[in-house]
Design a protein around this ligand. Structure first.
Ligand SMILES: [Zn+2]
Length: 289
């Protein structure tokens, strides 16, 4: 029987193979099913991301673990799947570890670096014992996520090294990336900063948050410079909303049994599948499971 795995092996392979594994955030059953089926069809490893807000929405972390484990068994998913807390608080990380997640992110980027290091260290030891992967963050990522607004600062490479040396599995570092849609006047990723971070952190797989709307050529350059995990959230939400709106605007919910939620949500489900496929192809993870 397939079971959730730590993200460690898949990210180390991605780093060595110069591709990236996508983290796709889930919001409900349709999202989860669309992402798992696409990963299986494309033989790609995948990371399911759950924000604390989405975890609450889905009735708690235990519900999420139960849904994902059940779905992996029913759909006979054989590719490596990690279930990962996205931008967790210290308490949230502990709750997810207890609930059965296989990976957590502790985002201590809003704390002074000494406190970020202290809290990350406590989780490094716990995750190590349990065989879970741990993502840390240095330099907050811009945009808004669950009510937290970051200004998109660039991480200090020396601080990145200090956190990487704690023994985390992967490191998110701000390089001008932001969550949500990018503004028209966005200057692009700071590859000079990424190169300095890579030089300081060595083999550490780096994580690029805010994957929505970063041009494909910048994604490929980032992967060549050490990014091994890319987070995608908003983009799936946008295509889901667009496909659902089109269905309703075309009046399809008013004809026959078009009001059936299994029909109403189907176009959005297919749109997520297409978007995940497109991203896995750009990231280079297809066939790497
Ligand atoms: Zn993020």
């Amino acid at each position: 029987m397939s079971r959730l795995v730590s993200a460690k092996d898949m990210l180390n392979k991605a780093r060595d193979g110069k591709y990236a594994v996508g983290q796709f955030n889930i919001n409900n059953l349709e999202w989860t099913k669309a992402i798992l089926l696409t990963a299986e069809e494309l033989k790609s490893p995948v990371i399911l991301g759950v924000s604390e807000g989405a975890g609450k929405y889905m009735c708690g972390y235990k519900t999420v673990v139960g849904m994902v484990n059940g779905m992996m068994e029913s759909l006979n998913i054989t590719v490596p799947v990690a279930l990962h807390l996205d931008h967790g608080s210290f308490e949230g990380a502990k709750a997810c570890i207890n609930a059965g997640f296989s990976s957590v992110m502790f985002d201590g980027s809003h704390y002074p670096i000494a406190e970020n290091i202290a809290k990350t260290t406590a989780l490094v030891n716990t995750c190590d014992v349990l065989g879970l992967s741990l993502e840390a963050e240095v330099g907050s990522i811009g945009g808004e996520e669950d009510g937290v607004v970051g200004m998109g600062e660039c991480a200090d490479p020396a601080e990145c090294k200090a956190v990487a040396d704690l023994g985390v599995t992967m490191l998110a570092a701000g390089i001008g990336n932001i969550h949500g849609k990018y503004p028209e006047n966005w200057p692009g990723l700071r590859f000079d900063v990424l190169e300095k971070i890579k030089a300081q952190t060595g083999d550490m797989p780096l994580v690029l948050h805010g994957g929505t709307g970063i041009p494909d050529d910048m994604i490929k350059t980032a992967i060549s410079l050490g990014v091994a995990k890319i987070n995608v959230n908003t983009e799936c939400q946008l295509v889901f909303a667009e496909a659902t709106r089109k269905y309703i605007e075309a009046g399809k919910d008013l004809s026959g049994k078009g009001f059936d939620p299994r029909k109403l949500l189907a176009p959005g489900f297919e749109a997520i599948k297409d978007k995940v496929k497109e991203k896995m192809e750009i990231f280079g993870s297809v066939g790497k499971a």
